[in-house]
Design a protein. Sequence first.
Length: 304
Amino acid sequence: MMSSGWSLFVILGAVLNTAAAVWLLFWMRKRRGEAAQTSDTTGHVWDGDLREYNNPLPRWWLWMFILSVVFAIGYVFLYPALGNSKGVLGWSQVRQFEEMQQEQERRSQAMLARFSGRSSLELVQDPAALAVGRNLFANNCAACHGSDGGGASGFPSLTDASWQWGGTPEAIETSISQGRMGVMTPWAEFLGDKGVEDTVAYVMSLSGRRSAAGDAAAGKAHFDMVCVACHGADAKGNVDVGAPDLSDRIWLYGGSASAIRETIAKGRQGNMPAHGDRFGDTRVKLLAAYVMSMGASRAAKPGT
């Protein structure tokens, strides 16, 4: 809604412009049947002898101009075209958009009705349900997790067997509906550079690798002091707090020495948005079913 001053400005501009167009039509017109002039010119001359004649406008063009003016007057009377005027019909873009949304939601609810009340485990066996879930995934999840669910740095793969918050149907549905917030505390200030390097060496040793720098034995002492509370004594992680398994070779932010060093020193913070309010229960289950159909959740390891 514009201010009253701007509304008046728009109204005056539109009315004056239309009036000027009507005046121009009458000023330029010539009576029907009047012969075309060969001596009346506009005064424009090119190359010394090329003159522009002031002949009547073609009748069809003149009537098209008149009809456009009539259309404009009818339009501003019916629709909100003059400042803050709502027009006789009361039409608005916002209302039309809301009506379209409501109609689309009615159609969606009619389509979703066949899947309502069924668990995600049941829906994963229904090709029609998976087709709907695939569309939901493509429109809402693929931007972060990839169109194939393979993930990227900071965005977990949904096709492997490692689940930070658990890969059961209930856990997946909770992740979709309520979202997740994963926080890794930065330890550089507490451990110091040497302590961070030693911890990197120990974490790498958990998956059978060696670090070029750092003492894994000293790193284990640091791990037992600051990391066990979340990742567990066996470093298998804890789905209750979103602590990942450090003993496999699946890494959310990368498993290189430099990536692990940055994770330990600076910490990490990941956020999975909640979609429950926007999706509703049925869509959440359809999406969970599609994620499960990728094959990873049924093979998910406890505590990963």
